[in-house]
Write a protein that binds this ligand. Structure first.
Ligand SMILES: Nc1ncnc2c1ncn2[C@@H]1O[C@H](COP(=O)(O)OP(=O)(O)OP(=O)(O)O)[C@@H](O)[C@H]1O
Ligand SMILES: [Mg+2]
Length: 270
């Protein structure tokens, strides 16, 4: 099964919310799991009042001991389950410490460690703020889809532009600029400007990247995903979750292949 990574460039945020929302809305048959890989340290443990262990540190230790390449399911012992009403969401949380998280990422991204890149399930890795020296580089390189959250405002598009050449080179899967809520420019205009930059300045194929969103500003859904609000009966119908569900539906062919995607699309839409 595939790997989706979420990142943002300076200014925007929304990486953890998006990663958790995608896993929460993904078809259960894909066995989605959110893995907090933010090199700055995790937030979900505190937000959802989870105990400190097990965490990403234990996933790294388990992967070292067993070699995920053997196909052994290393997540079982270290994942937690959140319940959004009655819906379980599996997650592996990072410790709040950035240093501990980066040490664990060093192991999980070591050549030959396929825990996150060839899991028997959909891994949604929250990789936090992007930096070209980030230890999550190998995850982005191996991901089926890399979502880069950006608000369509001059400052944030400037930061995105600074990283675009590197990202286009690095990402072999689907590179998606996911517009965050609260931008200034219309999505069509942003898409044209980015496509012009990719073809003109980077001399790259415009198909190497696409624009999605904008995601809706949805404080209720964001509050539920951040553990601040209790989900109501219709939480999956909240605008942010519907929007993430559509995004997942669009990505299904690159995640699980065109034939099975047709089946799973129906599950996504259910
Ligand atoms: N679509 C949205 N609508 C409204 N609020 C949102 C939305 N997405 C995220 N937020 C809120 O924005 C804030 C930052 O989001 P989030 O924690 O996901 O960012 P992050 O990229 O993980 O940041 P960090 O690098 O600090 O971990 C949170 O308070 C979150 O609830
Ligand atoms: Mg975060």
């Amino acid at each position: 099964m595939p790997l989706i990574t979420t990142i943002y460039c300076k200014g925007t945020g929304g990486s953890t919310t998006t990663a958790l929302g995608l896993a929460a809305i993904a078809p259960p048959a894909w066995r989605p799991v959110v893995v907090e890989c933010d090199p700055a340290g995790g937030d979900l443990m505190r937000q959802h009042r989870l105990s400190p262990a097990p965490s990403l540190v234990d996933l790294a230790a388990a992967s070292r001991a067993r070699h995920a390449a053997d196909g052994i399911e290393v997540f079982t012992a270290v994942e937690r389950q959140l319940r959004l009403r009655h819906h379980p969401v599996d997650l592996v949380v990072a410790p709040p410490s950035g240093a501990q998280t980066r040490a664990a990422l060093g192991e999980l991204t070591r050549p030959g460690n396929t825990t996150l890149t060839h899991a028997e399930r959909l891994v949604v890795a929250d990789c936090g703020r992007w930096d070209p020296d980030s230890p999550v580089r190998p995850l982005l390189a191996a991901a089926n889809a890399v979502l880069v959250l950006t608000r369509s405002r001059t400052e944030e598009l400037t930061h995105l532009r600074e990283h675009l050449a590197d990202l286009v080179d690095l990402v072999s899967g689907h590179l998606v600029v996911l517009l965050a809520p609260g931008g200034t420019y219309p999505p069509g205009e942003v898409a044209d400007a980015i496509a012009g930059y990719v073809t003109g300045e980077l001399a790259a194929d415009p198909a190497s990247l696409r624009i999605a969103g904008p995601l809706p500003a949805d404080r209720r859904a964001a509050g539920i995903l951040a553990g601040d609000l209790l989900p109501g009966r219709r939480w999956r119908r909240l605008p942010l979750l519907v929007s993430l569900s559509r995004l997942l539906e669009d990505l299904a062919p690159v995640l699980i292949g065109p034939v099975s995607a047709q089946v799973s699309d129906r599950e996504v839409l259910r």
